[in-house]
Design a protein around this ligand. Sequence first.
Ligand code: AMP
Length: 303
Amino acid sequence: MKIVRTVRELREQVRNARAAGSPHVGLVPTMGALHEGHLSLVRAAQQAGGLVVLSIFVNPKQFTEASDLDAYPRQEEADAALAAGAGVDVIFAPDATELYPGGFATNVHVGGPLTETLEAAGRGPEHFDGVATVVSKLLIAVGPDAAYFGQKDAQQLLVVRRMVADLGLPVEIVACPTVRDDDGLAKSSRNVRLSAEDRARALAIPRALEAAETALALGETGVAALHARAAAVLTAAGIEPEYLAFVDTAALAPLDTIEAPALLAIAARVGAVRLIDNTLLTPPTADGFGDPPALHHPRPEEH
Ligand code: AMP
């Protein structure tokens, strides 16, 4: 495994791999402090065969709180060992001036509803400008066939998909499922900053997602009732969510009822740490526990 710090060296690695007949180049963008969630993206990239590039860059442009940027865990040596073990071929770990040299003045802004809600409300609209700018720089630098993103950051995934479609970038954006600890907490680089007590309280977040999923599976499709179920779980743990939102997956617009696959997304501060999690809700079908569709759409012989 090679570690490179400049775009020039990175391009050389990719060019060499392609010249040697590599059938596929996969990019896994991260901010480091690697965990199983990141490594699951690496494995997805590996399955496509060819070269796997992992970028590690704590992108200052996407942090809207200086304290969050300062406190963000950095552990390059441990990351390199984990990446090598998982089969990464090239780590791209630039410093900030490599990606944002003096005079840097370009901003990639994805407009519309995707960047006006949820994380944008909590972290400011510049957050997704920072994400879109760095992801486009990474995609242009590597020129991968596919780039791998976690569903854990569902809004980010949708923003990146929008940007890639709008700019016509020739890359497939692959979504990978959220990896969790055995007790359900979504893996996150920020989890190391939770005290033992706060980590236990944070479990209310996946349990709140589950409470809504269970109620939906039992036939409750009204968002007010589902919201109450999930909110009660958070309240019992003393967690006040920044948002607890039931939204569609096209524009992240709020929903009143769940009639098609929808996103339930939560952001909450637990102690000093801001955590996000989500689940894709699927309305009950005839195969589930909910009302069979026949009740709503009588079969012809029932008319
Ligand atoms: P980050 O280093 O937090 O910016 O994350 C880099 C990539 O890893 C993003 O695409 C995240 O969505 C993804 N990721 C982070 N945590 C998880 C997780 N628990 N499961 C799956 N993917 C994750």
